[in-house]
Design a protein around this ligand. Structure first.
Ligand code: CP
Length: 304
């Protein structure tokens, strides 16, 4: 039995296979419509979500399976003080696979130790979000035709943005990926990522504060929201929240084939005026999330 807590638990070959399956689902959806007939996915969401939760649910329904679960901690017995361990022991009696989002880093990992069925980390605190990374990789592959040989800029909250942490880890295993880390000083990526990933793997990267300065060199721009829910101090959030706002004017110096990604939700960091620009790929990303989660559910359930 296999779970997915960290994107690095998948080899690059497995990621390639998941992307191939997702592309095949996109091309031939009817072929997959009964693959998970009789199977149940439990959704344990202790933190708000729109895309991850609903794309997992849509994924399981489109595979012919069923879904149960809760979308907020208050409607589960955790509101009465039940531990994550007991919740997981209980739910794994009812479901074949679990997707779990939790505000505490490591909670889905703890869940794997108590579960009788595979557990998928659907986002744990400021740590990791492996299925968003699969979504990002599928989108990059479909837009750029490859998973290496490009310069990617990560812009915004690189300190708390779990999607950034997962994607940096994943892309560090591909050839010739240059990274530009664009953030205010207070929201730089954590030191452990620099030491254990970027430096260890000799990734070419630089840290800057100006988006405009580096825009012309980017092939991919990964915008992120400042993660209000992870701040200890509201005043700091207010001061930093609008550090970067992508506008059509800022895109005038960008490459014509730039790919703008954002895991969403966005608040202010991409003007809606950018949405109709052909370089805006973030709603394609949303759709791709469903297909790659279908591929992942099949893999972890060992459905052929
Ligand atoms: N990208 C993402 O995780 O979005 P949600 O918080 O809406 O699931």
């Amino acid at each position: 039995m296999r779970s997915l807590i960290d994107i690095l638990e998948l080899t690059t070959q497995e990621i390639d296979e998941l992307i191939d399956v997702a592309n095949d689902i996109i091309a031939n959806p009817a072929k997959y419509s009964e693959k998970c007939h009789g199977k149940k996915l439990a959704m344990l969401f202790f933190e708000p979500s729109t895309r991850t939760r609903l794309s997992f649910e849509a994924a399981m329904y489109e595979l012919g399976g069923n879904v149960l679960g809760f979308s907020e901690a208050q409607s589960s017995s955790s509101a009465k003080g039940e531990s994550v361990a007991d919740t997981i022991r209980t739910v794994s009696c009812y479901a074949d696979i679990i997707a779990m989002r939790h505000p505490k880093e490591g909670a889905p990992f703890v869940a794997t130790m108590k579960s009788r069925v595979p557990v998928i980390n659907a986002g744990d605190g400021g740590h990791n979000h492996p299925t968003q990374t699969l979504t990002d990789l599928l989108t990059i592959k479909r837009k750029k035709g490859k998973l290496g040989g490009f310069t990617i800029g990560f812009c915004g909250d690189l300190k708390f943005g779990r999607t950034v942490h997962s994607l940096i880890g994943a892309l560090s295993r591909y050839e010739n990926v240059k990274m530009v880390l664009i953030s205010p000083d207070e929201l730089k990526i954590p030191e452990y990522l620099k030491e254990e990933v970027l430096d260890k793997k000799s990734i070419e990267y630089k840290e800057v504060t100006s988006l405009e300065q580096v825009m012309p060199e980017l092939d991919i721009l990964y915008m992120t929201r400042v993660q209000r829910e992870r701040f200890y101090n509201e005043a700091d959030y207010i001061r930093l929240k609008d550090s970067y706002i992508l506008t059509p004017e800022k895109l005038t110096s960008a490459k014509s084939d730039l790919c703008v990604l954002h895991p969403l939700p966005r608040v202010n960091e991409i003007s809606t005026a950018v949405d109709d620009d052909p370089r805006a790929c973030y709603f394609d990303q949303v759709l791709n999330g469903k297909y790659v989660r279908m591929a992942l559910i099949m893999k972890l359930l060992e459905v052929k």
